[in-house]
Design a protein around this ligand. Structure first.
Ligand SMILES: Nc1nc2c(ncn2[C@@H]2O[C@H](COP(=O)(O)OP(=O)(O)O)[C@@H](O)[C@H]2O)c(=O)[nH]1
Ligand SMILES: [Mg+2]
Length: 293
């Protein structure tokens, strides 16, 4: 019985990364993907939403009429924002077996038409909202988030990025306490994190622990697994063509980027954390210890 369920298709949720410009969305997508999907330096470039799915197809630009045009990723800087609603990329990162990732433009980006990004957010099942810890949860962020569909709230996470910039424990506590108070009921959970530290952890489990990434990633995977199973149960109720992937119930899905995944046979302290999820679509193994495979 259980086996039959496990052979069923897992419907991939879509995870959007949102927040102000420079809040760490692209850094987070690199951390989750284990790679920089853009071959050119794009941190300073304004981009439309970038929708990343599992696969090896060429990059596409979706114009305002919804028509797709293949393009060479090396020409990314030439994309005309006013004529593009979405960029679609494919990669073979492990996290993309669990969900699609949508790296959104900054919420106050004057170049991004609100109807365009709201349309994309309408497709998202979860949001990770990145807020800059030293000026966390500004009025503009609260106003935008409260204007989005309420059903996202219990399925979304708040990430206080650049937590390394808060230097004293007292400052850290104060910020977390205020933000948790001001966002009560607005997110499933809030986590402090240093994304740059997590990215640079490499083999160093101490740095990885300090970065705050571990509890956040565990929680994220748990949410995604629940969503995938809920979608499975309600598949007939879903009015859009599901994006599906066969998840082998025996093999474990590695969710963390290869640069922070354990080496096989690693001698280090085990961080194996199989999440229960619903137990229907196989277990997910999180990073054991930071390290290259
Ligand atoms: N110190 C520190 N810098 C960060 C952190 N997260 C992101 N940054 C830096 O902030 C800048 C903007 O990040 P980016 O991911 O491009 O922001 P986006 O505009 O939201 O996509 C980059 O230079 C990142 O390296 C963090 O947790 N700590
Ligand atoms: Mg960005």
């Amino acid at each position: 019985m259980k086996d039959t369920v496990m052979q069923e298709e897992y419907i991939k949720p879509r995870l959007a990364l949102m927040g102000e410009f420079s809040a760490g969305k692209s850094t987070l997508s690199n951390l989750l993907l284990g790679a920089d999907p853009m071959p050119v330096k794009i941190t300073a470039t304004r981009l439309p939403p970038v929708w990343i799915s599992y696969g090896e197809s060429a990059a596409e630009r979706i114009d305002l009429d919804g028509d797709a045009h293949e393009f060479d990723i090396a020409d990314l800087a030439d994309i005309v924002l006013e004529e593009t609603q979405l960029i679609r990329l494919q990669m073979t990162s492990d996290i993309l077996k669990l969900c699609d990732l949508i790296d959104m433009p900054g919420i106050s980006d004057p170049n991004m038409r609100p109807d365009v990004w709201r349309g994309v957010i309408g497709e998202a099942d979860h949001v990770i909202w990145c807020t800059h810890a030293t000026q966390a949860w500004r009025q503009s962020e609260a106003a935008t988030w409260e204007g989005l569909p309420e059903e996202l709230r219990s399925k979304s996470l708040l990430l206080l990025t650049r937590f390394d910039k808060l230097l004293t424990p007292r400052d850290r506590e104060r910020v977390m306490e205020r933000v948790r108070r001001e966002t009560r009921g607005l997110f499933h959970k809030a986590f402090p994190v240093s994304l740059t530290q997590a990215l640079s952890a490499g083999d160093d489990s101490q740095i990885w622990d300090q970065s705050g990434a571990e509890p956040f990633v565990k929680c994220l995977v748990d949410l995604l697994m629940k969503q995938g199973s809920a979608a499975l149960e309600n598949r007939r109720a879903i009015d859009r063509a599901p994006v599906t992937a066969q998840i082998d119930p025996v093999s474990r899905v590695h969710v963390m980027p290869s640069r922070v995944r354990a080496k096989p046979g690693s001698q280090r302290r085990s961080r194996r954390a199989p999440l229960s999820g619903t137990g229907q679509i196989g277990k997910t193994q999180l990073a054991e210890v930071p390290g290259n495979v």
